[in-house]
Design a protein around this ligand. Structure first.
Ligand code: HAM
Length: 429
């Protein structure tokens, strides 16, 4: 029968890999908690309008990439293409802003985008993200950037570039849009069809188009930094003052506009040269208008998200050492039903004391059982048979050194095992 394979652009994270994911996730959780962020988990699917309104009708994500379908009740549903919209919805739905401002939340999510797949660009991918609501202080921009950087530093990731920009507020953006429209109008016939449609509605989106012709034209377009109003200019300068104060290095890149419509003011990206074409490891910025646009009160906000697959790719490329996966402490081989029952009981007892134990589950011969113990990397082994049960005595064997030690099955087994591990200098436990 034909084997059904995983869908294009999706990946399995196998037991041999998930330990590394957990290590990375633990660092993220810990760093987020240190910065005062609490975890939020939102649904995988939402009302399609949530993303149309927030991510924006003229973005690639909404125009080309969303997994949208009607459910059996006729509702238009979309698998979340990103995490921010759901978090804003939850903030408003549960009036989380009543619990004191700023509200700080982080999340791990799967995201879904129907993209042309390539290394680092998947259709289902994982993000770690953080969102902060209710402060317009430039210090929070630096704090959020510091949270992302803190994670990269703790994971020992090298050669990351932080690029920042400001894309202003609606006031300064109006003037910028006029300048962009005038500029792109000269190239109207050369722009891709999607960008021609964007020219009137949202010319800034053309700056983010992936088509080579549009990108080339966009390179000569007016720069937003020349159009910032005094307030936005001052805000951007202060963000830099705060970044400088904590020694976070960055470059100002006036071409960063980000691919989603909700951004205002500061935008930033962490870029890695170890990622090939998809070089953005983390992206984010302010979205001071979004909460209000989604039906809430006026509330400044900002956030970022990093792609966990891309992070793992960088870590692998940079050969960053990860902790060894936990190995089985004791494998109990058994011969015969009575011995198997005893092995099963001892393994259960060991696990209650957080000792990783296993026994044969396949009624195999002794040789095959020991081969299995080797395969799972068991640190110690013990054989139970009729003789051992009759004498209430067995031998524990150190699988690395071959050293053996008698153990009294009538005594406290866990205590004797721990004692032997300590004697043999096995501090892994
Ligand atoms: P984004 O730039 O669309 O921003 O995605 C953030 C990160 O997710 C990217 O930097 C990248 O690492 C990863 N990513 C994006 N698309 C893919 C893909 N197709 N395959 C693999 N990884 C991918 C957002 O999603 C915003 N919600 C970030 C944000 C939060 N802004 C404010 N708050």
């Amino acid at each position: 029968m034909e084997l059904i394979k995983a869908q294009k652009g999706t990946q399995d994270i196998l037991p041999g890999q998930s330990g590394n994911w957990q290590t990375v996730e633990d660092v993220m959780r810990d760093e987020a908690a240190l910065h005062g962020f609490g975890e939020i988990r939102t649904p995988v699917f939402e009302d399609t309008r949530l993303f149309q309104r927030s991510v924006g009708e003229t973005t690639d994500v909404v125009q080309k990439e969303m997994y949208t379908f009607n459910d059996k009740g006729g509702r238009s549903i979309t698998l979340r293409p990103e995490g921010t919209a759901g978090v804003v919805r939850a903030l408003l739905e549960h009036a989380l802003y009543n619990n004191g401002l700023p509200v700080k939340m982080y999340y791990f999510t799967t995201c879904y985008r129907y993209e042309n797949t390539q290394a680092g660009r998947l259709r289902e991918f994982h993000q770690f993200g953080a969102e902060l609501f209710g402060s317009n202080s430039p210090s929070t921009d630096a704090e959020l950037i510091g949270l992302a950087k803190g994670i990269f530093d703790r994971l020992n990731i090298q050669n990351l570039r932080l690029e920042i920009n400001s894309i202003g507020c609606p006031t300064c953006r109006a003037k910028f849009y006029d300048a962009l429209k005038a500029y792109f109008a000269q190239y109207q016939d050369e722009l891709c069809e999607t960008c021609r449609g964007r020219l009137e509605r949202n010319p800034m989106r053309i700056l983010d188009c992936k088509s080579p012709v549009c990108s080339k034209i966009a390179a000569g377009a007016p720069k937003i930094l020349d159009y910032l109003c005094d307030d936005c200019k001052a805000h951007f300068e202060q963000v830099q003052t705060y970044l400088n104060a904590v020694g976070i290095e960055y470059t100002v890149n006036p071409t960063i506009v980000r691919g989603l419509d909700y951004y205002t003011n500061t935008v930033f990206e962490f870029i890695s040269n170890d990622l090939g074409a998809q070089s953005t490891l983390c992206g984010g910025g302010r979205y001071n208008g979004l909460v209000e646009e989604m039906g809430g009160q006026k509330m400044p906000a900002l956030g970022f998200a990093m792609g966990i697959e891309r992070l793992m790719m960088v870590m692998e490329k940079q050969k960053i050492e990860m902790p060894e996966p936990k190995r089985c402490d004791l494998f109990i081989a058994s011969l015969g039903a009575a011995a198997h029952l005893e092995a099963f009981k001892l393994a259960a007892e060991l696990r209650k004391s957080s000792i990783m134990a296993a026994c044969d589950e396949n009624d195999r011969g002794l040789k095959a059982q020991m081969k299995y113990a080797d395969k799972i990397g068991a640190k110690y082994s013990m054989v139970l048979g009729d003789d051992e049960l009759a004498n209430q005595s067995a031998e524990l064997k150190n699988m690395e050194t071959g050293e053996k030690k008698k153990i009294n099955l009538a005594g406290n087994f866990v205590e004797q095992f721990v004692c032997m591990q300590t004697e043999q200098g096995d501090l892994a436990f």
